[in-house]
Design a protein around this ligand. Structure first.
Ligand SMILES: C[S@@+](CC[C@H](N)C(=O)[O-])C[C@H]1O[C@@H](n2cnc3c(N)ncnc32)[C@H](O)[C@@H]1O
Length: 256
């Protein structure tokens, strides 16, 4: 069972204030679709389009969750294959997609992002909101990054965000239950030596505890290169400002 299963109904109210990344990822998807539409003449040749791939373009989101990003992306007209290891999160995502009238644009697949059940080849793979931090070591990270690269057509991009905590963040939050949203409490237990965060959450719709492992940006850069990517950019925020030492990094990596 996934640690997200018990909080599938809590996830959206828990992350209600996380909105800054949505337009960023929607823009990335629209740009990728524009690229594939521009290449449509090539795609239209027999055998050139991946089986089942829509002519207008398709993106893959790894760790799609409840569709916080995928549903706005679909509402913008982009087809999304969403992979997640939590059956319950996918159920919420499917319900939200029906309510938004975009179920035909979302193809939800239960699976592990290290071995995504995706045969299609696309111009954009995303892994938003720190989902890669659930990978515990470099072997798992490399497996995931290589798997993402395999999904990309030449010239396609992997875009994802991760974080590494600041000392102030650790000091302010360590071991304390904090009310993140009304009635929803979150507790962070930081192990600086192991670079491991145990994150607990409880609220009216459920409770869970999950583990995240962080890395310094230099390590993410090195892993991306080792996985065969060309690192095109590293932003420090979703407004595309360059990384300059904060907690968040947003990576754009290309398959040549
Ligand atoms: C922080 S949530 C992000 C959800 C969504 N992308 C968003 O931006 O709101 C992380 C998601 O990654 C999924 N996840 C974690 N580890 C995974 C794995 N190994 N394979 C597939 N999904 C995974 C979780 O089930 C969860 O839905």
């Amino acid at each position: 069972m996934s640690a997200y299963d018990p909080i599938a109904r809590l996830y959206d109210p828990w992350s209600a204030s996380v909105v800054e990344d949505v337009s960023f990822y929607v823009e990335e998807a629209l740009a990728a679709v524009a690229g594939s539409v521009a290449g449509q003449a090539d795609e239209a040749r027999p055998g050139n389009r991946a089986p089942g791939a829509p002519a207008g373009g398709l993106v893959v989101e790894l760790g799609v969750g409840t569709g916080r990003i995928a549903i706005p992306t679909a509402l913008a007209g982009v087809h999304v294959i969403g992979v997640d290891s939590s059956r319950r999160m996918l159920e919420v995502c499917a319900q939200r997609a029906r309510e938004a009238g975009v179920e035909s644009l979302l193809d939800l697949r239960l699976g592990d992002l290290r071995r995504p059940p995706v045969d299609e080849r696309v111009l954009l793979v995303t892994c938003p909101f720190r989902a890669y931090l659930h990978l515990r070591d470099d072997a798992q990270r490399l497996q995931a990054l290589r798997a993402a690269r395999e999904l990309l057509r030449p010239g396609g991009r992997l875009v994802f965000d991760v974080f590494a905590p600041s000392r102030e963040d650790v000091e302010e939050t360590d071991g304390r239950w904090l009310e993140r949203e009304p009635g929803i409490f979150e507790r962070a237990d930081w192990d600086l030596e192991a670079r491991r965060l145990t994150l607990s959450v409880r609220g009216p719709q459920g409770a869970s505890r999950m583990t995240l492992w962080w890395l310094e940006p230099e390590r993410w850069h090195a892993l991306l290169v080792e996985a065969g990517f060309v690192v095109e950019g590293c932003y420090g925020w979703f407004d595309r400002s360059p990384y300059s030492g904060g907690e968040d990094t947003i990576w754009v990596a290309r398959r040549d």
